[in-house]
Write a protein that binds this ligand. Structure first.
Ligand code: AMP
Length: 405
C-alpha cells in the first residue's frame, strides 16, 4: 500500500493518537452491538504489544445540543473495550483541558486511554459550532499536540468526512498511518475498483435512484455487469414503459434511467419480475408478476421475484469480483426478504469458487448476518457511505490525509 501502515511506526514508549470508529448503537448506556469495537482490536492490541501508549478518539452519534451529550458519552464504550482487551481503559470525560493532558502525560507503556466523544466539540455553551465536524484548524492542532507526532487512523466509516479527529490530527503530525482495519478496507475496495479480477459484477439496491445514481454511473465504467434491485429498479421499469402501480418512483430520474439503459445495454441488469403487495405490510395480499406484464393497480413491488433471482444467480455464476450494496426488496419484512437473502447465498457460492466478495452498507450487511454467512464472504465493509464514495472513485479525505510510505 502506498500509505504508511501501523507496522511502519516505531511505537515503543510513544504517545500514539488513534482514531477509531466506536459509533456503536447505544441506548440508556447499554451497547446494542459491539462489532465496531471488536473490529478495532487488532490495531489497538498491536500498539499495546509494541509498548505504545494508546490515546483513542471516536465520535458517537450526532451532538446538536447540550442535552445530546447526556445520552452520548463514550464511557460505556471504554468499559466494554476494557473487557474485550482484558485490561483497564482509562476514560477521560473531557475532549480538552488540564485533566485530559495530565491523564495522557501519566500514561505508561502499554496503557490505553479513551477521550470523550469527539463530537462534544460540536456544541459549546449550547451553540452548534461544529468544531469537530467542520475540522476546526485549532482543534486538530490541539489534539495532535497531545501525542508524540504519531497518528493511526482505523476509522474507515468516517474516512469520507474531513473532521478534526481524522484529517485535522493527520495534518499536524509527522507520521499518520492506516490501522489494520483501514488497510483492509483500502485493499479490498481499492483492488475492486482499480484492478478487479473479472468478470466483475456490482449489485446495487436500496430505495432511491437519487441516492445511488453516482455509484451506478461510476460502476458502469468499471464493472462487466451492474445488477439493479430494490425500490430504485421501478423508476427504470417505468422508463421502459412498464406499469409500476404504486411502486417507488422518481419521476425526475426517468430520463436519466433511459439514457443509462441505452448507454449500458446488456451490462445493466434489471429485475424481470416482482413480488407486489396491496399494502406496505408483511401481511399484505401479494402477487408475483412479470415486469413486462406490469404491476397491477393498487399494488406496489416490494421484492424481486423468482425469475429475477434466477437471472441474477446466472449473472453471478462465473463472477470473480462482486461488490454488493443495498437490499433487493423490503427485506425487513420476512415476506419480502427472499430476493435479498438469495443474493447473500449467491455471494457465498462466488467466494467458494475462488471469487472476491465485498459487502457494504448497513442493510446488505444485516442481510448476510441474518443468513449467518458473513464469515464466508471476503470482506464486509465497516463504512456504508465511505465505501460507496470509494466505489464512486471519490477521494476520501480520511485516507488521502495519511502519510505516503
Ligand atoms: P438504502 O438506504 O437506499 O440502501 O435503502 C434501503 C431501504 O430500501 C430498506 O429499508 C428497504 O426496505 C428499502 N427498499 C428496498 N426495496 C424496496 C422497495 N421495492 N420498495 C420500497 N422500499 C424498498
Amino acid at each position: 500500500m502506498a500509505k504508511l501502515t501501523v507496522e511502519d511506526l516505531a511505537l515503543a514508549g510513544k504517545k500514539v493518537l488513534m482514531r477509531v470508529d466506536f459509533n456503536v448503537p447505544i441506548k440508556n448506556g447499554v451497547i446494542g452491538n459491539d462489532n465496531r469495537i471488536v473490529a478495532a482490536l487488532p490495531t489497538i492490541k498491536h500498539v499495546i504489544k509494541e509498548n505504545g501508549r494508546a490515546i483513542l478518539f471516536s465520535h458517537l452519534g450526532r451532538i446538536k445540543s447540550e442535552d445530546d451529550k447526556k445520552e452520548l458519552s463514550l464511557a460505556p464504550v471504554a468499559k466494554r473495550l476494557g473487557e474485550l482487551l482484558g485490561q483497564d481503559v482509562i476514560f477521560v470525560p473531557e475532549t480538552r483541558g488540564a485533566k485530559l493532558e495530565e491523564a495522557i502525560n501519566n500514561l505508561e507503556d502499554g496503557q490505553v486511554l479513551m477521550v470523550e466523544n469527539t463530537r462534544f466539540e460540536d456544541v459549546k455553551d449550547g451553540e452548534f459550532v461544529k468544531l469537530e465536524s467542520k475540522n476546526d484548524p485549532e482543534l486538530g492542532k490541539y489534539w495532535a499536540s497531545l501525542g508524540d507526532d504519531l497518528f493511526i487512523n482505523d476509522a474507515f466509516g468516517t474516512a469520507h468526512r474531513s473532521h478534526a479527529s481524522n484529517v485535522g490530527i493527520a495534518s499536524n503530525v509527522d507520521q499518520a498511518a492506516a490501522g489494520y482495519l483501514m488497510e483492509k478496507e483500502i485493499k479490498f475496495l481499492g483492488d475492486s475498483v482499480e484492478d478487479p479480477k473479472r468478470p466483475f459484477v456490482a449489485i446495487i439496491g436500496g430505495a432511491k435512484v437519487s441516492d445511488k445514481i453516482e455509484v451506478v454511473q461510476a460502476l458502469l465504467k468499471k464493472a462487466d455487469k451492474v445488477i439493479i434491485g430494490g425500490g430504485m429498479a421501478y423508476t427504470f421499469d417505468a422508463a421502459k414503459g412498464n406499469k409500476i402501480g404504486n411502486s417507488l418512483f422518481e419521476e425526475d430520474k426517468v430520463e436519466l434511467a433511459k439514457s443509462l439503459m441505452e448507454e449500458a445495454g446488456d451490462r445493466l441488469v434489471l429485475p424481470i419480475d416482482a413480488v407486489a403487495a396491496d399494502a406496505f405490510s408483511n401481511d399484505a395480499k401479494t402477487v408475483t408478476v412479470d415486469s413486462e406484464a406490469g404491476i397491477p393497480d393498487g399494488y406496489m413491488a416490494l421484492d424481486i421475484g423468482p425469475k429475477s433471482v434466477a437471472l441474477f444467480k446466472d449473472v453471478l455464476a462465473d463472477a470473480k469480483t462482486v461488490v454488493w450494496n443495498g437490499p433487493m426488496g423490503v427485506f425487513e419484512m420476512e415476506n419480502f426478504a427472499k430476493g435479498t437473502l438469495a443474493i447473500g447465498n449467491d455471494l457465498v457460492n462466488v467466494t467458494e469458487n475462488g471469487g472476491t466478495t465485498i459487502v457494504g452498507g448497513g442493510d446488505s450487511t444485516a442481510a448476510v448476518q441474518m443468513l449467518g454467512v458473513a464469515d464466508k464472504l471476503s470482506h464486509i465493509s465497516t463504512g456504508g457511505g465511505a465505501s460507496l464514495e470509494y466505489l464512486e472513485g471519490k477521494t476520501l479525505p480520511g485516507i488521502s490525509s495519511l502519510s505516503n510510505k
